[in-house]
Design a protein around this ligand. Structure first.
Ligand SMILES: Nc1nc2c(c(=O)[nH]1)N[C@H]1C(S)=C(S)[C@@H](COP(=O)(O)O)O[C@H]1N2
Ligand SMILES: [Mo]
Length: 539
C-alpha cells in the first residue's frame, strides 16, 4: 500500500512540474512550455519507421496517440520516481532532475527558442522536487504512525531512517496510537489532494491562457489592414543620412521602445474590441473594430517619446501610423463647451488625460491607430487600437489597448501618472542626441569623423543643430531632410579631431527659433532638459 501511495505522490509531483512550467510559460508568451517543447522534440526525433508505424496504427490521429503515449510514459516514470524516492532518497528526485535536463534540452533546442525558454522547466522541476519531498515526508509520518499501532517497535526496524516522530509515538501505548494514526493519514491526504487540485487548476488555467494568447497572435496575423484613404507622402531619401551607427529615421517595430505598466501584455480580441466615447458629450458614440476599419483611415509618420527619457536616452521612436483622426470621432459625439480634457482608458486600467483642444485641432494628426509601419499594431504596442498624438509625451496621450474615451475636465479627472508626481500636461520638449561616436569610444586623430544623431520637437519641428567641441564655438551641423514637423531629424557634423580626449555637445534650434536650453532637469515631473554630451578619445 505504501508503495502505491509513493507512486501517487510521484505522479502528483509530475503534474506539479507541468503546472508550474505552464504558469511560468504564460509570462513568456507561451514560450518554453515543456509540454509543447518535449512533444515537438519527440515528433522530430522519432525514427521515420516509428512515425510510419504510428500513422499506420492510428491513422491521422497519430498526434493524439503520441500524446497518450507520452502521458502513459510520464505517469509510469514519475510513479517509479515516487517509489524510488520513498525507498532511497534522493534517487526519485534525481529521476525528476534527469527528466528536467532532457526537457531543457528539448525546449532550448527548438528553432526560434529564446534565452528564457529554459525557465519554465527549471521552475517546474524545482517545484516538483519540493512537492515530492514534502508529500513523502507526510507519507512517512503516516507510515510511522501505522507501524507504531500494529507493532509498537516496527518503526525502528522498517521505518525510513529520517521518519519524524509523530504524536502517536510519544504516547507509548498501542491503543492510543491507533487513534492517533488518523491525523497523520489525514495530513497526508489533505496535502496530497490540495496540491494535486491546485496543480490541475493552475496548470489548466495557464495552458488555457497561453492558448488564448496564441489565438490572439494568430488573429493578429490574419488581419489585413485596409489601404489608407490618405496616404503618407513617401519618406524623402534625403531624410536618411549615410552615417554608420546613426538612428534610422523610421524605427522598426521590433526596435521601438516599449513603456507601460502592464505586467503581461494585454490580449485583446479585435472581434470583441469596442471604443466608447462618453462623458460631457451630446451623444455617446461606440465604434467596433469592423466599423473603425471601414472608416477612411489616414497614414501619418510621427515621433513618439516617453517623458522618462533622460537626455541622450533612447525612449523615443518614429513610426508610420495608420489610423482614424480622433477629432472626427469626437465631432460625432459633440463635446460640451465646458470640457477641456479627454481621459482615455486601456483594457488594463491605464489612463491618460489629453487636452481636448489638441485632439480637436485640424492641424494635429491625433490618431486612433491600428497600424504601425505597415503592420497591425504589435501586441506590446497596443494591439488592436491605441492613440498617437504628435507633440505630446506618451503618458498623456498614447494609450495602448484603448477602449474608452471620456470627455471631461482637468479639474474633474486625472490620468494615471498625474497623482504619481508627473505633470497634468506633457508637451514634448526640444531635444537632441549624439548617436555617434559613442561616449567612451576611440576615434582616429586627423581623420574625418562623423558626429551625428537626431534632434526633435514633434509638432514644431527642428530647423538647426549645432555641435561644439571642448566648449569651443558652436558649429552648424548638416540636417537631413525633414519628413514633417511631427518627426525627428537626423543631423551630421564632420569633425577632424586632434589627439587627446574631447567633449562633444549638441543643441538644437526649433522651427520656432527656440534654442535648446542648457538647464539640466530630470525627467520628473514633465521631461528632462539639458545638452547631450559624449566624451571620446582621439589617438
Ligand atoms: N495601456 C497603456 N498605454 C500606455 C502606457 C501604459 O502604461 N499603459 N504607457 C504610456 C507611455 S508612458 C508611453 S511613453 C507610451 C509608450 O508606447 P510604446 O510602448 O508603444 O512605445 O505608451 C503610453 N501608453
Ligand atoms: Mo512614457
Amino acid at each position: 500500500m505504501w508503495k502505491t501511495w509513493a507512486a501517487v505522490v510521484g505522479v502528483i509531483a509530475a503534474v506539479v512540474f507541468l503546472a508550474a512550467a505552464e504558469l511560468v510559460a504564460v509570462f513568456l508568451g507561451g514560450a518554453g512550455s515543456p509540454l509543447v517543447g518535449v512533444g515537438g522534440a519527440v515528433i522530430d526525433l522519432a525514427p521515420r519507421g516509428a512515425k510510419d508505424l504510428m500513422v499506420t496504427l492510428f491513422g491521422t490521429g497519430d498526434k493524439v496517440a503520441l500524446f497518450v503515449l507520452m502521458v502513459v510514459l510520464v505517469v509510469a516514470i514519475s510513479a517509479g520516481a515516487g517509489v524510488l524516492e520513498r525507498r532511497r532518497p534522493p534517487l526519485g528526485a534525481i529521476v525528476f532532475a534527469i527528466g528536467g535536463v532532457l526537457s531543457l534540452l528539448a525546449v532550448t533546442t527548438r528553432s526560434g527558442s529564446g534565452s528564457l525558454d529554459g525557465a519554465p522547466t527549471v521552475v517546474g522541476v524545482a517545484a516538483a522536487i519540493v512537492v515530492l519531498r514534502v508529500l513523502l515526508a507526510r507519507l512517512r509520518r503516516w507510515e510511522a504512525a501505522e507501524d507504531t499501532r500494529v507493532v509498537p517497535t516496527a518503526r525502528d526496524v522498517a521505518g525510513p531512517p529520517d521518519a519524524t516522530p509523530t504524536p502517536a509515538q510519544g504516547s507509548g501505548s498501542g491503543s492510543t496510537a491507533a487513534h492517533s494514526t488518523g491525523p497523520a493519514r489525514r495530513a497526508f491526504l489533505v496535502w496530497g489532494v490540495t496540491t494535486a487540485a491546485l496543480a490541475v487548476v493552475v496548470g489548466g488555467a495557464s495552458r488555457l491562457g497561453t492558448a488564448t494568447m496564441q489565438a490572439a497572435v494568430a488573429a493578429r496575423r490574419a488581419i489585413r489592414l485596409p489601404s489608407p484613404a490618405t496616404v503618407a507622402p513617401a519618406v524623402p531619401a534625403g531624410a536618411s543620412l549615410d552615417v554608420d551607427g546613426i538612428t534610422p529615421v523610421i524605427t522598426p517595430n521590433d526596435a521601438f521602445y516599449r513603456i507601460d505598466t502592464a505586467l503581461r501584455v494585454p490580449q485583446v480580441d479585435p472581434a470583441t474590441w469596442k471604443l466608447r466615447i462618453h462623458g460631457a458629450v451630446d451623444r455617446e458614440v461606440e465604434v467596433t473594430w469592423d466599423e473603425l476599419l471601414a472608416l477612411p483611415l489616414e497614414e501619418h509618420v510621427a515621433t513618439m517619446s516617453c517623458v522618462s527619457n533622460e537626455v541622450g536616452g533612447d525612449l523615443i521612436g518614429t513610426a508610420k501610423w495608420l489610423g482614424y483622426p480622433i477629432r472626427e470621432l469626437l465631432a460625432k459625439a459633440g463635446p460640451h463647451g465646458s470640457a477641456d480634457m479627454v481621459l482615455s482608458t486601456s483594457v488594463d486600467g491605464f489612463t491618460a488625460g489629453t487636452p481636448l483642444d489638441v485632439l480637436q485641432d485640424r492641424g494635429t494628426a491625433a490618431l486612433l491607430a491600428v497600424g504601425m509601419n505597415g503592420e497591425p499594431l504589435p501586441p506590446e504596442h497596443g494591439f488592436p487600437v491605441r492613440m498617437v498624438v504628435p507633440g505630446l509625451f506618451g503618458y498623456v496621450s498614447a494609450t495602448k489597448w484603448v477602449t474608452d474615451l471620456e470627455v471631461t475636465r482637468f479639474a474633474d479627472a486625472q490620468g494615471y501618472w498625474t497623482p504619481r508626481g508627473w505633470s497634468e500636461r506633457g508637451p514634448v520638449k526640444l531635444e537632441s542626441r549624439i548617436d555617434v561616436p559613442r561616449g567612451g569610444s576611440t576615434v582616429r586623430a586627423g581623420s574625418t569623423v562623423a558626429v551625428a544623431g537626431v534632434a526633435w520637437q514633434p509638432h514644431t519641428g527642428v530647423k538647426g543643430v549645432q555641435v561644439r567641441v571642448d566648449d569651443g564655438a558652436w558649429q552648424d551641423a548638416t540636417l537631413a531632410d525633414s519628413i514633417s514637423a511631427d518627426t525627428w531629424r537626423q543631423w551630421v557634423w564632420r569633425w577632424t579631431p586632434t589627439k587627446g580626449s574631447h567633449r562633444l555637445q549638441v543643441r538644437a534650434t526649433s522651427a520656432d527659433g527656440e534654442v535648446q536650453t542648457s538647464v539640466e532637469r530630470p525627467p520628473a515631473p514633465n521631461g528632462a532638459t539639458g545638452w547631450h554630451e559624449v566624451t571620446v578619445t582621439a589617438s
